[in-house]
Design a protein around this ligand. Sequence first.
Ligand code: E4P
Length: 215
Amino acid sequence: MKIFIDSGDIAEIKEAAAMGAIDGVTTNPSLLAKTGKPMRQVITEICQIVDGPISAEVLATDCDGIVSEGRQLAQLHPNVVVKVPLIVEGLKAVRVLASEGVKTNVTLCFSASQALLAAKAGATYISPFVGRLDDLSEDGMQLIEQICAIYSHYDFDTQVLVASVRHPIHVVQSALLGAHVATIPFKVIQQLAQHPMTEAGLKKFLEDSKKIPQG
Ligand code: E4P
């Protein structure tokens, strides 16, 4: 499973890249607003750090506007993936962008039927939001299971990109279900590496190492 970092924070992205943990980056307007910098500047900076798919979200909500914004974003760098909301106008735009060879990430997916339509439209990635479903007492991972099953029955090329990840169990479950990608906040990437037994074991080894005779 590929791992993307879900962030617009350059320091976080650099640290995760240095860990060898990430294959790409996803952003959204809320994450970019936190940077206080213009969107295109942040996306261009990210493209210089990570050599993989970098999702940048359109703000238009009509087909022509999404297509036009998507074409402009795609020109920023060959790795840019245009993130499009899962609305009817978005699906129409995905179809046009796909016909032009522009990669798309269809975002704000909350149902299997939406994911089916995104694949039919030619989306490169579908982003089901598991954490936001869990917040509503719905099982986010069940949606991933459904989408993976549907896509595998029909050989769709669309990749399942698990989004709105909140904790390491989401990541492990995504991998077990065969999702293609999970996009993960930096804090959760750090949590993936941590285990109290590792820390306790290392502490003991370092303490014992002081008892080894110097030679
Ligand atoms: C990623 O593409 C999504 O924008 C992101 O994972 C949403 O996460 P959130 O529900 O924690 O805001």
